[in-house]
Design a protein around this ligand. Structure first.
Ligand code: ATP
Ligand code: MG
Length: 195
């Protein structure tokens, strides 16, 4: 056998793979809006959600964004997507560990949630998971609204510790796992990478 592999065997394997993929593509015939969850402790949940949103906007689709714990500082995804017609609702009370006023947070979360329900777009619900974990929003209401959304509407939810019912309801779930993170070796967060 050749050191770099047998070209005939390689061709056969690739042909088999191609047939398998074609069979699966042919079998996926249903068309409906899906629920995607990006969860886990690794970096990339919001990045993945905004990457998908950018892709959709690139195809002329209507996208709306609700950011549940983003601060009021400069926001790269807002700077890019808002001028392209993406509707944004930002809670603006900062990350959970920075906020001590529970009542004000609940009020801010509810206001963003009302806008999310109203949006006639495919919504990105960035950091929504924390609103359920902290009981800032009513879990049953949020789940029912997502479950009963218009059939062609896609929804993306991000955040750690996603509620099990949302995970069940989701069509696609990706868990980001922190293999390593620059911050843990003392490297500062940076514009364009972290926000
Ligand atoms: P990103 O917005 O970069 O995609 P994320 O949405 O997966 O991150 P969040 O928990 O929302 O994760 O992150 C908020 C901030 O914390 C971001 O600036 C991100 O770079 C940083 N971060 C994310 N994961 C980690 C981690 N495992 N350790 C340290 N910092 C992290
Ligand atoms: Mg995030």
């Amino acid at each position: 056998m050749h050191a770099r592999g047998n070209p005939d065997r390689h061709r056969q394997r690739q042909q088999k793979l191609k047939t398998q993929v074609a069979t699966r593509v042919a079998a996926a015939t249903e068309q409906k809006g899906i629920l995607i969850v990006f969860t886990g402790n690794g970096k990339g949940k919001s990045t993945a959600a905004f990457g998908t949103a950018t892709r959709a906007v690139g195809h002329g689709k209507r996208v709306g964004v609700a950011q549940f714990i983003k601060g009021q500082w400069d926001n790269g995804e807002y700077n890019t997507l808002y001028p392209l017609g993406v509707e944004f609702h930002i809670m603006g009370t900062g990350f959970t560990w920075e906020t001590q006023n529970r009542e004000a947070d609940i009020e801010a979360a509810s206001a963003v949630w009302q806008e999310s329900k109203r949006m006639l777009a495919d919504p990105v619900l960035d950091e929504l998971t924390y609103m359920l974990a902290y009981h800032y929003l009513d879990t049953q209401e949020v789940i029912a609204a997502i479950e009963n959304r218009p059939p062609r509407q896609n929804v993306i939810v991000t955040g750690r510790g996603c509620h099990s019912r949302l995970l069940e309801l989701a069509d696609t779930v990706s868990e980001l796992r922190p293999v390593k993170h620059a911050f843990d070796s003392g490297i500062q967060a940076q514009v364009g990478i972290d926000w």
